[in-house]
Write a protein that binds this ligand. Structure first.
Ligand code: PAF
Length: 305
């Protein structure tokens, strides 16, 4: 498993592979890899015969008061996990190689970024769209895999690819959860034992909202209140708990019509850690917690909405 640091050398290596008929499946990451990332690697292997994982903590998607400098970095441990999982190549550039002196280009996806995390993290999605565009140009993947935990990021990337006619197939992978239901995230490493315990209110609330939706409740205010009443007392700050249209990410005000779906998206702070999660509410049968890293379901919440 070779690791490349320089964008030009990475591109030349992949050009040569493509000439031999290989297809490239890309898993973009910021490292600190966990089972959720590794399942993206498994998924990538189903879509391309060369699995490339990029590891780059992208400075342009972090705000001035965010956790860029403390974001966990451990390339050696990431490399060992990827080797074990059968990835073929790693692209791990430096910020200076990705953004050389004088770099002045940003990619901006409008409208979708006006909701949820967009207003709270100004510039974040421009940073994501810019680095993903760079990665697609460097790697030329046929397919790229992203997790559904970052639902808004996934929507932004799908729109970017569609609007700029990029020849990349975007595959969404369901959120991977720990055995207690907490969505896997590199940022979970920041949580103390007590904070992690409190964070379980998020999957429990999502389960409650799922149950409420499937019992016939379709009023956005009731579904949102169901989650808020469970989450708000247990976290240090609520950035948002919103019921939105899964296509536009705009907040839903009217009752969800029959056969329509909705997304309940949550962003909270526990201690100094910001956590996000979401659940797609749809009448198509799908369990809330389909993919646990350890294969078990989380405990169900005791108090109904
Ligand atoms: O989801 C992430 O880890 C990052 O936002 C991504 C897509 C790798 C871009 O830096």
């Amino acid at each position: 498993m070779q690791t490349f640091q320089h964008p030009r050398q990475m591109r030349e290596h992949l050009d040569a592979l493509r000439h031999q008929g290989h297809t490239i499946a890309l898993v973009p990451t910021m490292g600190a890899l966990h089972e959720g990332h590794l399942q993206l690697v498994d998924e990538a292997a189903r879509h391309g015969d060369t699995v490339l994982v990029s590891i780059f903590v992208n400075p342009t998607q972090f705000g001035p008061n965010e956790d860029f400098s403390r974001y966990p970095r451990d390339l050696e441990s990431d490399r060992a996990k990827l080797q074990q999982r059968g990835a073929h190549l790693i692209f791990a550039p430096t910020p200076e190689l990705m953004y050389p002196e004088g770099a002045a280009t940003r990619v901006c996806v409008q409208h979708l970024t006006a909701h949820l995390c967009g207003p709270l993290r100004p510039g974040h999605f421009d940073g994501v769209a810019t680095v993903v565009t760079q990665l697609f140009h460097i790697a030329g993947p046929c397919t790229a895999i992203f997790g559904q935990k970052d639902f808004q990021q996934l929507a932004v990337i799908r729109r970017l690819v569609r609007d700029l006619h990029m020849p990349v197939h975007i595959v969404a992978h369901p959120t991977v959860r720990d055995s207690d239901g907490l969505a896997l995230s590199s940022r979970n490493a920041y949580l103390s034992t007590d904070e992690r315990q409190r964070a379980l209110c998020i999957p429990a609330a999502l389960q409650q909202v799922h149950d409420a939706f499937h019992s016939g409740i379709r009023t956005p205010a009731r579904l949102t209140q169901c989650a808020t009443s469970h989450i708000a007392p247990r976290v240090d700050a609520v950035d948002y708990i919103s019921l939105v249209c899964p296509d536009t990410l705009a907040p839903l005000r009217d009752d969800i019509p029959q056969h329509h779906s909705a997304l309940l998206a949550v962003a909270v702070r526990i201690g100094t850690t910001r956590l996000i999660d979401n659940i797609l509410l749809s009448t198509a049968p799908s369990p809330v917690f389909p993919r646990s890293a350890q294969g078990t379901k989380p405990p169900r919440p005791t108090s109904p909405c």
